[in-house]
Write a protein that binds this ligand. Structure first.
Ligand code: ZN
Length: 349
């Protein structure tokens, strides 16, 4: 496959998946779990075969994507299979009435399994340890530190290039791993590196400090005024009725996120995130740490309406964090200065 074909195919993947696939391909990462659009499924299969990568189709995520595991060699694939069997066996028996009570041995077993899996994926020991000890919600800690240090608007893009949750906002191991992945991408294709860097520099809105986010390409309302059905004045009026001040608002283009979530919703809220209705030209309003409101700027259709209490009720108290419902911004490792044209046209009410 020559470079133009390779580029066209690879750029159909979401940015993170693209980085992790290249990292596996270039032998910098043992294994990656990727989200692959059905439209490139056959290309993806041929790509892995030609490059001697071991590939498993894990499961269909939604009508558009499937989850695929890619390993750099047969030994890693075998380890993945065995650990998967142990986890599913354990999931089957953990609800048994004999061991259903809080149980130290069970918790230790889960933590050990998490450590094995983290090492298999090539994650740093410090980050594996935090995850094993404190569980998935501990990932909010790095985002809280970013806010406290005022670095939430100048995050090194290496932070987004890794597949794991960093143990802290300044984890050197994480930043070094991100740089290693970038070097692997640059070695494969400089054009691909530029494409990935441009995507990672986009501001990203998090509903939680977890791995689900949407990227934003902010738009100039004065230029787009003729193309949108919902005026700035109307959107601001609606946002103020739904969220407490201070509220940040932005007109933006939202690219297709990594995966989409659909669910039955109780009006007036719409809490699934990211959901298929939030792709395209959107008005986004958010009260940092409290909630968010989003509508399609061209149709007026509701895309998201969530406040903290509704969210916590759904996901559990351990996910409560001031880092929720915020936009985070990035810089390239070389300049560490954010660019005005990347940040765009956000407004505070
Ligand atoms: Zn770490």
């Amino acid at each position: 496959m020559d470079e133009p074909d390779l580029f066209q195919f690879l750029t159909k993947l979401n940015t993170g998946d693209l980085v992790w696939l290249v990292a596996v391909l270039m032998r910098e990462k043992p294994i990656a779990t990727l989200v692959v659009p059905f439209e490139v499924g056959e290309w993806f299969r041929a790509f892995c075969e030609k490059r001697h990568l071991v590939r498993f189709e894990d499961k269909s995520l939604d009508p558009h994507h499937t989850r695929v595991v890619v390993c750099r060699d047969k030994e890693t694939a075998e380890l993945y299979r065995k650990l998967g069997e142990i986890r599913s066996l354990f999931d089957d028996i953990r609800h048994s009435s004999i061991i259903s009570h809080p149980n130290e041995a069970r918790d230790e077993f889960i933590a050990s399994l998490t450590r094995f899996e983290g090492r298999m994926y090539g994650y740093p020991e410090c980050c594996i340890e935090l995850h094993a000890e404190s569980g998935p919600s501990s990932r909010a800690r790095a985002y809280e530190e970013l806010l406290e240090s005022g670095k939430d608007r100048s995050i090194p893009i290496e932070f987004w290039a890794v597949a794991h949750a960093p143990c802290s906002s300044t984890c050197d191991e994480t930043l070094a791993l991100g740089r290693k992945y970038f070097d692997a991408v640059a070695e494969l294709s400089e054009a691909l590196r530029c494409h990935i860097e441009a995507r990672l520099l986009l501001p990203r809105f998090y509903q939680t400090g977890g791995g689900r986010f949407i990227e934003l390409q902010s738009l100039d309302y004065d230029r787009c005024r003729g193309d949108v059905a919902v005026s700035m004045e109307q959107f601001e009026k609606d946002a103020v009725e739904k969220l407490p001040k201070p509220i940040s608002t932005v007109l933006c283009e939202v690219p297709h996120p990594r995966a989409l979530v659909c669910a039955q919703e109780d009006a007036p809220y719409k809490t699934s995130f990211p959901n298929p209705d939030m792709v395209g030209t959107m008005w986004l309003a958010y009260s940092p740490g409290f909630g968010a409101y989003m509508v399609n700027a061209k149709t007026g259709q509701l895309a998201l309406y969530i406040i903290n209490d509704k969210w916590i009720e759904k996901v559990g108290e351990e996910w409560r964090s001031k880092s929720n419902f915020r936009v985070y911004r990035s810089v390239t490792g070389s300049s560490h200065e954010w660019k005005k044209d990347v940040i765009g046209f956000e407004k505070t009410l």
